[in-house]
Design a protein around this ligand. Structure first.
Ligand SMILES: [Zn+2]
Length: 161
């Protein structure tokens, strides 16, 4: 089974860094993932969901722990944010009324939001698997190197294909 690792900025509104830095980051990824089938940059006009696909099990409220996937509550908030161009992403949550942004909810497996991603197709490594099989040391080292090169804090989103 194939997979993709998408590297995104920790700040969802963060724009793609300058071309020279992106080029350097792609070179790092080529060196770190020598057998990947493709390594590319994806840029979006607005903030988009960088999703983990079928491995999404829960979307929890950080305040009360309620699972917002139940009754499609998370999907409704996503729809309404999307209709507003993803500029207003904070809601008084239906579970406990506390206001949180979509990107601050607890996604399991992890998902993220961003204006761009650096995508590594079929990296054939398990370093970024969020289910305990990952190699946290490798993952941290790569995220640190990317962050330093791009000048922004980065995170990784894993998806099975
Ligand atoms: Zn809640």
């Amino acid at each position: 089974m194939g997979s993709i690792v998408q590297f995104i900025a920790a700040d969802p509104d963060g724009l793609l860094p300058p071309a020279a830095q992106v080029k350097a980051a792609l070179e790092i990824l080529s060196r770190r993932f020598p057998i990947a089938t493709d390594i590319c940059v994806t840029e979006h006009d607005t903030v988009v969901l960088i999703d983990c696909g079928e491995d999404l099990m829960t979307v929890r409220c950080p305040s009360c722990g309620a699972d917002l996937l139940e009754d499609r509550r998370w999907q409704q908030m996503m729809d309404s944010a999307w209709e507003a161009g993803m500029r207003h992403r904070s809601f008084d949550l239906p579970c406990c009324g506390v206001n949180h942004a979509l990107e601050d909810l607890a996604y399991d497996w992890p998902m993220g939001f961003g204006r761009f991603s650096l995508d590594v197709w079929d990296p054939d490594v398990t370093w970024f698997l969020p289910d305990g099989r990952g190699d946290a040391t490798q993952a941290r080292a790569i995220l640190k190197e990317l962050g330093t090169t791009l000048g922004v804090e980065m995170q990784a989103i894993w998806r099975h294909l």
